[in-house]
Design a protein around this ligand. Sequence first.
Ligand SMILES: [Zn+2]
Length: 316
Amino acid sequence: MKKHWIVDAHCDSIGDYCSGKRDLKTDTDSGHWDLNKAKRGGIGLQFMAAYIESEYKPHLATWRGLQLLDSGHHFIEENKDTVFLVKNRSDIDKLGNQSLGIILSVEGGEILGESLFMLDIIYRLGVRSLGLTWNERNAIGDGVGETSSKSGLSDFGKKVIARMNLMGMLIDVSHLNEPGFWDVLKISDKPIVASHSCAKALCSHPRNLSDDQLRALADNKGVVGINFCPDFLNSNVQASIDDVAKHICHIVEVAGVDTIGFGSDFDGIPSTPKGLENAEMFTQLLDKLRDYGFNQTEISKICHGNFLRVLSNVLE
Ligand SMILES: [Zn+2]
């Protein structure tokens, strides 16, 4: 694989696989992400999220989460010649070669219900990253969609953070509201990630992070993965690949080059920026970063180095 291979910290493609819409193996024009596109785009590690849709919450959230994780395992098993599940620190050494590493993540702490033991269950199912909330409130905390909420993590949420630190599971704060974000940083003794968010200073969307949050992530030695959702990049015009580069430049300026990576949100976003239509376009984004003056060392950190640093620190 090329020197500048990619870690993409978020895609929602398991949903299409689970519904039978796509097998993620066949080269088709539909969808943003599949194995061929990932290969052509130079992706070496893909976080695949079990995104629990709102209609399953709260009562069927665990069922739906497990169904999506089951699909994730079927997908990995079906493609075991070319992909492998990343579970431990030792698996990190295998990345960047021919096989594509997969990290199973869950987007929505609703999968836990209000039971800490569910964390252990999903860990045993290979999950190594948990998005604490989606946009709504759950037993852990409040998502950014709870616009009138000023509350941070619940007592249960605080126990979840401590347990995740202990187990070696990545804490993902994308979608979490700001008071919750600060609580997590107070409690966590490990680096955290915002797997798919952008910079609020450039686009005032509730899903984006303020400069203070970005600086705090840097202090925590965490990483934010730039989201390719046009609404998060530029609220005025159709977003383009240049907007992605501009958000990266801003985050580097505010929080340093060790704090930024990619979290495309492919197959989870309703449209894509011009020039970044699917996973194979990562190659164009790297060219763009060169145009914006990033050197080889910086590009290597943005591509994969920063996320690998966090994973090496967090995973057992
Ligand atoms: Zn999301």
